[in-house]
Design a protein around this ligand. Structure first.
Ligand code: AMP
Ligand code: MG
Length: 363
């Protein structure tokens, strides 16, 4: 399946039309192009071409039952993909599009089974960046675009993340720099009586509710904390978006002091989870990374730990969380210890992603 992967830089404020045309021609003939949206880099294919869509699944190693989000450049194009466009969709599109909100609606036959994993519905969104807008407009067709990473790995927020995961598997990467928001879109299902947030994201359930009230918006709870029963959306899988290093989360910054910082202590506490070689902490401080989120200051830490990352506020954490997780993998650490942010509304989306990327340090 190997194919050469071209990388072309493109100015996010003034995309070169000849580069956009080059990318559009690849998409028109059924190829795969990665491009930045405001959330993460997407891996695009012509959503109306089943073979092109199948190539996305192959390049990502994505299970075929995980549906793709279709990207459009206008509400008019969105309407060509759906069988119903309720008033609530109009309201949300008017307010949030272009933006990080995906709407799930009944699909038309324009959208093939491969895109929706056979579901009768399709997830649609209209991304804001000019590169994405120009590209979709130039192709003139909806573009299916999941995150441009190998399945179950951390989503890419830089072109170099895409290259590392998908080099030799896709035709082109348009490099327009780091994505603005850094977390995947909010997915809201409009096919039920009450709209349901299937995946939390940059647009919160309470914002949606204040716009579309008196309709109530149902939101799934923090997925790490609940038994989801039957999954309604694969983005709800409990382990998803995980780094390659073993990733543990403590509950509070104070727990850091209780972590077993030597190999012997670690083996005593964690028993069979790993070998001493894998888990030497202060014995092998270069193998450990600490990611502290949502505390204004760094707690006092063992001095030998040099790989430390601090994401103090929700905006920085949203933008840079995946950069940090990719960096931990690039550093070759075998253990990432995460201190998650407090259980408050503004941290909901970050906690959702952290819960899927990590396990509690005490099982
Ligand atoms: P991504 O991997 O970022 O492309 O996100 C795609 C996610 O959007 C899927 O894993 C689902 O959680 C959600 N999604 C897309 N289409 C649908 C659909 N028709 N019904 C429910 N969820 C969907
Ligand atoms: Mg993804």
């Amino acid at each position: 399946m190997s194919r050469p992967t071209e990388v072309i830089s493109v100015d996010p404020k003034q995309p070169d039309p000849s580069v956009i045309e080059h990318a559009a021609s690849i998409l028109r003939r059924g190829g795969l192009v990665a491009f930045a949206t405001e959330t993460v880099y997407g891996l695009g294919a012509d959503a109306t071409n089943p073979d092109a869509v199948m190539a996305i699944f192959e390049a990502k190693g994505r299970p075929s039952q995980n549906p793709l989000i279709v990207h459009v450049d206008s509400t008019e194009m969105a309407k060509s993909c759906v069988a119903e466009w309720p008033d609530v969709a109009d309201l949300l599109a008017l307010h949030y599009w272009p933006g990080p909100l995906s709407l799930v609606l009944p699909r038309t036959s324009r959208i093939p089974d491969a895109v929706t994993a056979g579901l009768p519905t399709v997830g649609i969104r209209n991304p804001r960046p000019l590169v994405a807008q120009d590209l979709i407009e130039r192709v003139g067709r909806p573009i299916a675009a999941p995150s441009a990473n190998r399945s179950n790995r951390v989503s890419p927020t830089l072109a170099s993340h895409v290259f590392k995961d998908l080099e030799g598997r896709i035709d082109l990467i348009l490099d327009s720099g780091q994505t603005d928001l850094g977390l995947e879109s909010t997915v809201v299902d409009l096919t039920t009586r009450q709209p349901r947030v299937l995946r939390p994201g940059p647009v919160s359930a309470s914002e949606l509710e204040s716009l579309i009230g008196p309709l109530r918006v149902v939101e799934i709870a923090n997925p790490g904390a609940v038994d989801l029963g039957v999954l309604t959306s694969p983005g709800q899988l409990p382990v998803h978006y995980a780094p390659q290093a073993r990733t543990l989360r403590v509950e509070t910054p104070e727990d850091l002091a209780r972590l077993p910082w030597t190999t012997d202590e670690f083996v005593r506490v964690f028993g069979s989870v790993g070998t001493p070689e894998e888990f030497g902490l202060l014995d092998r401080p270069e193998r450990v990374a600490l990611v502290i989120i949502g505390t204004p200051e760094l707690p006092s830490l063992p001095a030998a730990l040099t790989h430390r990352f601090h994401l103090p506020d929700p905006e920085t954490a949203g933008r840079d969380l995946y950069v940090v997780l990719h960096q931990c993998d690039a550093l070759g650490v075998s253990l990432i210890v995460i201190v998650p942010p407090p259980d408050r509304r503004e941290w909901h989306t970050i906690r959702d992603r952290l819960w899927r990327a990590s396990r509690p340090w005490r099982e």
